[in-house]
Every structure is written in C-alpha cells, then in structure tokens.
Design a protein around this ligand. Structure first.
Ligand code: PEP
Ligand code: MG
Length: 614
C-alpha cells in the first residue's frame, strides 16, 4: 500500500483508549505517522534518536593580506575531509563490500567539484569572506537551485552536498568531527535526516530499522538500508520531534508507517502481522529456484531492473533470469562528469560477466526529464518530461551516444547483451539510432575488437505515439519493452511525480489496457517478444492482467520478484486471458479494479495487498 493512500486516513488521531489515559497522565499517547516505505520489513523496538548538531556559521570578513592564507586553509580543510571520507569508505567496504562503499564516491566528487571549490575561492578573494562563510553561501545556492527543480533524485543529492558541507565546516570552525553514537542495544534509529556516511557508521547488529523525516526512495540512505536488509521509512516530515530515545516504536517499512508509543492492542495487531510477514517472506523465498510459470505452464521470463551496477548481486540472489533494464543514467549522474568509454566498458562488462550468459538489456542513456546531470543540462527546461530527454538527447549528442554504444558493444563479447532505446515517438529515430549502431560495429571491427555481431536491438514503448506506430516499429526492432511508468504519465497527461493529481495515475485505466493490448498484438504479428519494465508489473492486480495480455517478460526490482512470481504461479494463463476479455468491456478503472480484485483474492488471499492489519 503506498503512503499516499495511507495518508488519507486520519494521521494523528489519538485513540479513545489513549485519550483516557492521557487525561489521567498514565501513559503517552499513541501517534501514527506516514512516510515513504524505503526498505521492506516490520519491526517493534526502542527508539534511539540521533541529532546532528546544527552548525552556526558567522558571517565574517578577513583583511586583504590574509586572503591567500584563508584560501590555503580552505584547501587544507578539503584535504582533511577527503581523508576522513576515505576512512569511512574503507570501513564501509569492510562491513558491506566494495560495491556499497562506492556510495561515498559521490561525496568525494563534491569536494573536487569546481562549482564548489572555484566559487568558494573566488568569494574569499573578491568579497574577503571567511572560508566558512564563503562555502556556506556557495553550497546554499547550489542546494536551493537543486531543490527548485522539484525532483526527488536531485533533492536526495542535495542531502549529500549538505553532508559534505558540514564536514568541511567543522574543520574550518575548528570543531571535532562528529562521531555517530551507537545505541547500546538493538534499536530503531530515528533522525531528522541521516547522511550515508552517518548511516554507514552504525553497528549493523544494533540497528533494527531507520525512521527519518527527510529523504526519498532514491536517497543513498534508503539504498543502504535496502542493501543492509534493514526496514526503513523515510520522508516522515515531522516525526522526529515526537520521538524520544527510549520510546517504543513500531516501524512498518512495507506500508511506510510508524507508530510511536503504541497501545497494547496495536502492539498485539503488529505482532500478528510480523509473524504473518515472516511466514510470507519465508514462503516467497522458497520460490527462488522455481520458474515464473502459471498453473497451466505458461512460462514468463522474470528479470530484474537495476539502477546501479552493484544491484546485479541482489538480482542474482533473487533468481533473476536476466537484467531486463539497466538504467544507465544513474551511473552517469553519480559520476559528476561524463564517464569515459573505458569506464563504461568496465561497468557493463562486469554486469554481463556476473550474469553468466543470461541476457542483460542495457538501456542507452535516458537522461533528461526527472533525471538531470548538472554537467549535461546547463539550463532547466520549462517542461522537462516533454523535453530534451531519451533518444532525442542522444541523437543530438551523438558523441555521448557513440561512446556509450562502443562500450556496450565491447561488453557484448562477455555474454548476452541487448540494447534498448528510450522514449521513441517516431520511426525515423529508430532508423537513425540503428544506423549509428552499424557504424559503431564497423568501427570496432576495424579496431579488431571482439563483439557479438548479433546484439538484439529493442525499444521502450512508453509514449502514445509509439503505441500507435507499434505495428511499423515492430518491423524495425527485435523486441519491445513497455515502460508503463511513462506510458501512463503521457497517456493520462499526469506528471508521474505530482502527488496532487496522483489519483489520475491509474495503471488499470481502460485506455492503458487497450494500449497494452495494441502493443502486444503488433509485436505478436511481427513475431517479436514484448516485455514490461514499468512498476506496473509489481502490482499484483496489474500482474494478472499483464499475464492475460500475453506479455512475455516481466522486469522489476529484484526484491519485488518473489511476490510477482507467487502471483504468476497462482493463476492459469487461460483464466487470465478470460479476465482480460472481460475487463476490456468495462469503461471505468473502478469496475476493472473491482473485478480483478475479486479474481485475485480468490487465487491468492495471503498477499500483503489483502492483509487487514490495522
Ligand atoms: C518506464 O517509463 O516505465 C521505465 C521503466 O523507465 P523509467 O522509469 O526509467 O522512465
Ligand atoms: Mg521511462
């Protein structure tokens, strides 16, 4: 259940039994807060509140003759911070492995970013500001411009920048480095905000869960929590001031909820839910070695979406039959500068090798829209989702496109690679992109590089235009992958990140089901397979519709794979096809959802979706 739906319930009503208790002063009130589920799991524990001290930076000026000395002091502070981050990175590598420690690379790059270093130095020189004040001014400007873009990913990156700022300021202001205090017994860590470096300093054995006021699904703290297997709720907004160390807290990472000082009755309900969840998870994991196959043996390829290269390990541990979507843009954004062909080749070939012959679909850079790299987008667009993104960006920045294709083709020598083009609206885009692929293959052959000459080329079907042209597009490519995240956005004219109109974001809207059917029919006629790599396929209600629509491959986040597999293994292909025929006749989402819910509840009653916890 998503946090938005939960928010619609009364958020902080005091339960009647508690109101009574409060008036007699016997116990604290039970309070419920709703945020974003960042990592799954449900825990009950004692809160351990972590507060980062707020630094006050004086607005001081220095005399002209001390300017160079101040610049030197600034550079030294950067160096010491770099050393400190290296140390945290190596501790993190010991705890969690090299791949996870790379999260700290983004922090280190901020220390070298000319926007930070040059601008601070020039403020010291031109205005005579102290290094601390100059840095404060420069970082505040960068962070506020990132926040005005209104993009969750960039907001999360501003948290990294502020974390680095605090570290450097502590050096400049002569303050000790703040060491994170660990709780002395396993606890739920509560904070207004946790930086990745702070998160990394906790002793894993003492952390039951994380609850923070700030942060989003893509914040590094959320990524760390997921990879640590620790339940987490972020984006709670104002929960921290309500909690004191020692309070009992229930943290539900599945629903994105926390309950502070729960009543005995609430505790009992959650204890039952924890048991149910444990059993459900154990049962799901027993499916890892089994295929995603319906009861009447329709086999669906269940593959993984990965956003960062290191997620390939998780994909393998959940039994992914391949990578259905590697979103290369996050790795580009994390670099803070264009990765070279060699750097890209290393990343792609490592993933391909780890997958040992299983297919790896590498989507060429889908930068733009909500995924902005500061070094590639100098001025913000008025309408970024309709703007310079996906294949449009690549066909105007052929230098970037060709470098990426060279790296991908070279990686194809190490296993089975597929290439996918994002945001196609026109046949000509596909024709041009394919010609560039041919040119790169020829170049690599002349350079005597070993490549797979038969790398399959596919496209994302994520615009209404691509659906309308699907029968022609199918003649140009080897596969379709439907990106419902964008397809729903463009079809329903609803910004996929705007919570005010999120009620319109309806995967089971009659228009979406018709578009999916048109796409699959065109693909079938031209004998190419259709995958889905949008979030829609992890929603159990949608999953059975997608089975009935004859989608060949489902691609989703690794940790969502067991539940999707369970749904697929609980139904027959025949009954899903009948279900689709039936719902194609309905004109409203409400009617469709009602019909599918009744169907699925009968086949799969123990899904979390149907759990009546609270
Ligand atoms: C999609 O649009 O469904 C998709 C998978 O791509 P992204 O979420 O990266 O836009
Ligand atoms: Mg998309």
């Amino acid at each position: 259940m998503d946090a938005e739906r939960l928010k619609q319930r009364d958020s902080d009503d005091v339960a009647p039994e508690n109101q009574n208790a409060m008036s007699t002063g016997r116990r604290k009130e039970e309070v419920v807060r709703y945020g974003i589920s960042a990592a799954p799991g449900i825990v009950i524990g004692t809160a351990f509140v972590v507060d980062s001290a707020v630094l006050s930076v004086p607005r001081t000026r220095i005399s002209q003759d001390r300017v160079e000395e101040e610049v030197k002091r600034f550079k030294e502070a950067l160096n010491v911070t770099r050393g400190e981050l290296h140390q945290i990175k190596s501790d993190l590598a010991d705890q969690m492995g090299e791949d996870h420690a790379k999260i700290l690379d983004a922090h280190m790059l901020i220390l070298d970013d000319v926007m930070v270093t040059d601008n601070t130095e020039s403020l010291i020189r031109s205005e005579g500001f102290s290094a601390a004040w100059a840095l404060n001014v420069v970082i505040s400007k960068i962070v506020s411009s990132l926040n005005t873009i209104g993009d969750e990913y960039l907001k999360d990156r501003s948290a990294d920048i502020l974390d680095v700022k605090t570290r450097v300021l502590r050096k400049l202001l002569g303050l000790e480095s703040e060491k994170i205090q660990n709780p002395n017994a396993p606890s739920i860590i509560v904070a207004h905000e946790l930086s990745p470096s702070e998160t990394a300093q906790f002793d894993r054995k003492l952390v039951l869960g994380y609850a923070t006021d700030l942060g989003g699904r893509t914040s590094h703290t959320a990524i760390l929590a997921r990879s640590q297997g620790v339940a987490a709720v972020v984006g709670l907004e104002d929960a921290r001031p309500l909690i004191q160390t020692g309070d009992t807290v229930i943290l539900d990472g599945n629903c994105g909820t926390i309950v502070i000082n729960p009543l005995e009755t609430t505790l009992q309900k959650y204890k039952v839910e924890i048991e149910r969840w444990k059993k459900f998870e154990e049962q799901l994991l027993t499916l890892t070695g089994y295929p995603a196959e319906t009861l009447d043996h329709r086999k669906i390829d269940l593959v993984a979406n990965i956003d960062l290269p290191e997620e390939v390990d998780s994909a393998l541990s959940y039994g992914a039959e391949g990578i259905g979507l590697f979103r290369t843009e996050y790795f580009f954004i994390a670099q803070h500068q264009l990765p070279t062909e060699e750097e890209q080749y290393k990343v792609y070939s490592t993933i391909v090798e780890k997958m040992q012959g299983k297919p790896v679909t590498i989507r060429v850079l889908d930068i733009g829209g909500d995924k902005i790299a500061g070094y590639l987008h100098s001025s913000p667009e008025l309408n970024p989702f309709m703007g310079w993104r996906g294949i449009r960006f690549l066909l105007t920045r052929k230098d970037i496109f060709k470098t990426q294709l060279r790296a991908i083709y070279r990686a194809s020598a190490h296993g089975k690679v597929k290439i996918m083009f994002p945001l196609i609206v026109d046949i000509e885009e596909v024709v041009q992109a394919k010609l560039i692929c041919e040119e790169i293959k020829d170049d690599l052959a002349k350079g005597r590089y070993r490549i797979d000459p038969d790398v399959e080329i596919g496209i994302m079907i994520e615009t209404p235009s691509a659906v309308a042209l699907a029968s022609s597009l199918a003649k140009e490519v080897d596969f379709f992958s439907i990106g419902t995240n964008d397809l729903i956005q463009y079809t329903m004219a609803v910004d996929r990140g705007n919570t005010k109109i999120s009620y319109l974001y309806q995967p089971l809207h009659p228009s979406i089901i018709r578009f999916l059917k048109m796409t699959v029919d065109s693909a079938k006629k031209n004998e190419i397979p259709t995958a889905i790599c949008g979030e829609m396929c992890v929603d159990p209600l949608s999953a059975v519709v997608l089975v009935g629509l004859e989608i060949d491959e489902f691609s989703c986040s690794p940790n969502m794979m067991p539940e999707v597999k369970k749904v697929i293994r609980s139904v027959t292909f025949d009954e899903c096809k009948t279900l689709v025929k039936r719902i194609m006749k309905y004109q409203t989402t409400e009617k469709i959802e009602k019909h599918v819910t009744t169907f699925l509840k009968e086949r799969c009653p123990d899904l979390s979706l149907f759990a009546e916890v609270k």
